[in-house]
Design a binder for this molecule. Sequence first.
Ligand code: NAD
Length: 298
Amino acid sequence: MEEEMSEPLILDGKALSQKLREELRREIERYTSAGYRKPGLAVVLVGDDPASQVYVKNKVNACRKVGIESIFYQLDKNTVTEELLDVIAELNSREDVDGILVQLPLPEQINQEEVILAIHPEKDVDGFHPENMGKLVAMMEDGFIPCTPLGIDLLLSHYGVGLKGKDVVIVGAGFIVGRPLSLLMLWRDATVTVCHIHTRDLKKHTLSADILISATGVPHLIKEDMVREGAVVVDVGISKVEGRIVGDVDFEKVKRKASAITPVPGGVGPMTVTGLLMNTVKSYRRRLRVHSTSTMKP
Ligand code: NAD
């Protein structure tokens, strides 16, 4: 007979998000009832990619619920780089805009590097500007950490998953998740391995993980035999298979081995949006202090 397995701890990103967003809502309410303006986040979407539309809608709704004013720009799919740069320049100079988010990926005629460089680092709540990436390398607290790595860090810390000295294995070295996450895990004193499409023996690496984080977008890449007994498993992947959202991890089987695991949906996804809200409020606080004698004061 099969030995009975204990159920793993579910790292519930939805529940933690609710809690953290409620705290943000109260904090913003304290500011606004003292006469300050609301925090402002500009969200720019170029084109009509259906997945991007869903992400942007989620972000705008989440802003509204906590009391962040969202300024939504929908630009035509044929927008050229210069037009987008003009929009960013205007947003950079607006007093009521604390954060600027340009939803990626951009249509191919747009030069993504130029766009990332154009966003003022102090309004770069996605944390993709090289100045903020550099601050992540340098462990400078005043930078913005990209939202998904930030959300994962908050989730692990909330559930008491220690990182110091642990073997963290990250599968996927993308610019948005894997790469900045590897720097953040190093900041937390983990021993970090980063795997990607050219990694020779993926399983050898994943089996050594105390904490295994997958961010590839390959459905069910991570199988049961690739996970060490008792590992903590974090699934960042989002793919659509036959109309269903699935992660990188074969959840039903892997959960038998993991001591803790994130669900998809309801794990990293909501924490990413929470990370964005936190970064926006971080910018707002800083800008209110800077401008506390100007128009922003009651
Ligand atoms: P990306 O395309 O930039 O990077 C993917 C990485 O995975 C690359 O480093 C690639 O080498 C690696 N990879 C691909 N196939 C592999 C394989 N077979 N074995 C090992 N490595 C492999 O993607 P990204 O922007 O980093 O996003 C990754 C996934 O995370 C996507 O599914 C995306 O939708 C999802 N995502 C989720 C959230 C969230 O909030 N949950 C946020 C951002 C991205």
